[in-house]
Design a protein around this ligand. Structure first.
Ligand code: LMR
Length: 329
């Protein structure tokens, strides 16, 4: 016995204090496919920083943006296999596994951002996230980006007949595909980060996305017109590997839940402005012909896409549809 070393003792006590709440060291690999300076990119970064800060670095969240680890076609399987712990795919990308999620892809389902918030935070959001129980993934929350707009390499799409015989890149959702087919356009569903290349080689005539994605991936450089149609919403499901989640201590789960709630609120409040700031940049710095749909044109689109509602209704059930009809009023 060589006596007490006070320095060491106090260090030990300090460590014990620190570890009282969170004992384990945790690494969360969080993969997503968009640029850092987008609503999802910024939200993921914010979430990571806050979780690390609140756990004194015990929980480290490593972000892999721009599809650098997995793309939108293989990230879901990677999450299921536990090769990555968190992802936040567009809700449309869950529709191939969970058909109810198509309800969010109904064209013109949400007349305003407020209606989207109500859908995400209310019965629609709860039902869809609950739908993932009994699977290898757990749905934690829904994040916001913005309404989708349409770009093309020719004159702007203004009337429903302008879709005729054009070829678009869309996300893989039967409801979105149905909308384009109803308008007599054809579609391809390759990964987000292949969109630019496919526009460049003219494999597709156009695509639909939020302004932040159109700007940060430079999609506008290969297109001549932009229609601000707001015809559909692009938001995200924040997902975690269920087994990984179940093995976390309740303290870590609590920090993650609280931080996510805060991050969701942040991205809800900031996503509109992020997209608007890129819209101003597009207006100033691009050669795009930018068109707003007139009320009359919008009405014509709504009438033309009506069959999509009947088709989707048979897949998502009456309860979710009633909620959509309520929010549309
Ligand atoms: C897309 O594939 O167009 C989007 O889902 C990309 C994204 O994650 O915002």
């Amino acid at each position: 016995f060589i006596g007490f070393d006070l320095g060491n003792t106090s260090e030990t006590i300090a460590q014990d204090d620190e570890q009282e709440g969170i004992k384990e060291n945790v690494v969360i690999n969080f993969s997503h496919v968009v640029a850092e300076n987008t609503p999802k990119g910024k939200a993921a970064r914010k979430f990571a920083d806050l979780v690390e800060e609140r756990t004194n670095g015990k929980v480290s969240v490593k972000i892999f943006s721009n599809g650098s680890l997995y793309n939108d076609q293989n990230e879901y399987q990677a999450l299921k296999d536990g090769r990555v712990q968190m992802i936040a795919p567009a809700t449309s990308k869950l529709t191939t596994h969970f058909p109810e999620w198509q309800v969010l892809d109904l064209p013109f389902a949400f007349p305003s951002h407020e209606a989207v918030w109500e859908a995400f935070q209310g019965e629609i959001g709860t039902t869809l996230l609950d739908d993932l129980h009994n699977t290898e993934i757990k749905g934690l929350d829904l994040w916001y980006n913005g309404f989708k707009q349409i770009t093309t390499n020719e004159k702007a799409i203004l009337s429903p007949s302008d879709f005729n015989r054009k070829h678009f890149r869309i996300m893989p959702s039967p409801a979105i595909e149905e909308m384009y087919n109803t308008l007599e356009a054809s579609t391809s569903t390759f990964p987000f980060n292949k969109t630019y290349k496919n526009l460049e080689v003219d494999f597709i005539d156009g695509q639909e996305n939020t302004i932040s994605n159109i700007y940060t991936k430079k999609l506008y450089k290969e297109q001549s017109s932009l229609t601000l149609s707001n015809h559909g919403y692009l938001g995200y499901a924040v997902l975690i590997n269920r087994e990984f989640w179940n093995n976390l201590s309740s303290e870590v789960q609590q920090v993650i839940k609280e931080t996510l709630t805060e991050t969701t609120d942040w991205v809800r409040r900031h996503s509109i402005e992020i997209n608007d700031s890129y819209k101003r940049k597009l207006a100033l710095n691009s050669n795009l012909d930018i068109h707003y749909l007139t009320n009359q044109e919008e009405q014509a689109w709504k009438e033309a896409i009506q069959p999509v509602y009947e088709e989707v209704e048979s897949k998502v059930g009456q309860d979710l549809m009633n909620e959509v009809y309520r929010l549309k009023e």
